[in-house]
Write a protein that binds this ligand. Structure first.
Ligand SMILES: *[C@@H]1O[C@H](CO)[C@@H](O)[C@H](O)[C@H]1NC(C)=O
Ligand SMILES: *[C@@H]1O[C@H](CO)[C@@H](O)[C@H](O)[C@H]1NC(C)=O
Length: 312
């Protein structure tokens, strides 16, 4: 009798953890959220696709379609399926190969929650969020999906930004060329910028609240980015060879294409403040700037999680 009381309580608390985004120390790219239950980033998508495409969509995002190994995980998936499924139904990563069902991603088939009379005809399976039971379907029938992704990690002293899913480093007192060399030792580059969010993030990362003059008479917070700006059409060319799809607000530009700086300081410190770009004509080899920002892709934590799960 005691169990029947305690069990739902524990389950309730576990679910609260699952849905309050406790992603403070776990790096999960937007829109995924860290889940204690899966010890991973979990991402639910309502977009209805056939099974193979659902699986590929997860893999393209460095993840895998969800597999379920106990009742806690099953309940958590049912909660997600409520909001993202077709009529509350969502693909789980279970497939029939020959006569046997197995998870297409990871782990043994050590837990099942088939609905009444299941498994029936069909080689794929959906979760019905109403009672968290599993049902066979035709793999060509489109449903939403839940992907599991490894939390991301950056090098020490680098910061992770979930919106862009990149790691950034704030460094000081280097020329463009030396800063780019430094970034390359981490397989990265001086930062390219592709959205207002990213521009804002880099501004915040390098912001100098006080008006301090640093090297060469530049205000502290004068930050070298990894690009040049074409004068005629204000197109940014990035050293990491990413697309020229974003130009920040530029407050000063002369004639030739040259190094893009971002001014990360308040208005009373000088010209072009608060994340606005301006263009330096100074030599990339000799001119030292107060700040620079490197950018590199994060690591996937895949191996750790799989090891943890295999130990069960
Ligand atoms: C950068 O150079 C300035 C001026 O020489 C100096 O005051 C500052 O401490 C240096 N910053 C770092 C992080 O080395
Ligand atoms: C902008 O100008 C540069 C340099 O003249 C040129 O290479 C680039 O193709 C132009 N881009 C667009 C979008 O017009």
């Amino acid at each position: 009798m005691e169990y029947s009381f305690k069990f739902p309580l524990i389950l309730g608390f576990t679910l609260i953890f699952f849905f309050s985004s406790t992603s403070i120390c776990q790096n999960c790219p937007v829109p995924s959220k860290y889940s204690d239950i899966f010890n991973a980033c979990v991402e639910a998508r309502a977009e209805a696709l056939p099974y193979e495409e659902s699986e590929r969509a997860c893999i393209d995002n460095f993840g895998e379609i969800i597999s379920i190994h106990n009742a806690f995980e099953n309940t958590a998936v049912a909660e997600l399926a409520k909001n993202y499924g077709q009529n509350g139904r969502i693909f789980i990563g279970l497939q029939k190969y020959g006569n046997a069902w197995s998870w297409s991603a990871s782990g043994e088939l050590d837990y099942v929650k088939w609905g009444g009379g299941e498994p029936k005809k069909g080689n794929c399976a959906v979760m019905d969020s109403a009672d968290s039971s599993w049902h066979t379907v035709d793999c060509e029938q489109p449903f939403g999906r839940i992907c599991v992704l490894e939390p991301k990690t950056c090098y020490d002293d680098w910061s992770y930004y979930p919106v862009t899913d990149f790691c950034y480093y704030h460094g000081f007192n280097k020329t463009f060329n030396d800063a780019e060399d430094f970034c390359q030792t981490f397989d990265g580059h001086l930062a390219s910028i592709h959205s207002n969010d990213e521009n804002q993030y880099i501004k915040d990362l390098t912001y100098s609240k006080e008006c301090l003059t640093s090297v060469n008479g530049y205000n502290q917070g004068t930050t070298v980015l990894g690009g040049q700006l074409a004068a005629n059409n204000k197109t940014a060319f990035w050293v990491d060879e990413t697309e020229a799809d974003y130009t920040g607000i530029t407050c000063y530009h002369g004639g030739e294409p040259n190094t893009i700086l971002m001014n990360s300081f308040p208005a009373d410190c000088g010209r072009c403040p608060d994340g606005i770009w301006w263009i330096s004509f100074a030599d990339q080899q000799t001119e030292i700037y107060p700040d620079f920002v490197c950018k590199v892709m994060p690591f996937e934590g895949a191996k750790q999680r799989k090891t943890a799960r295999n130990l069960k």
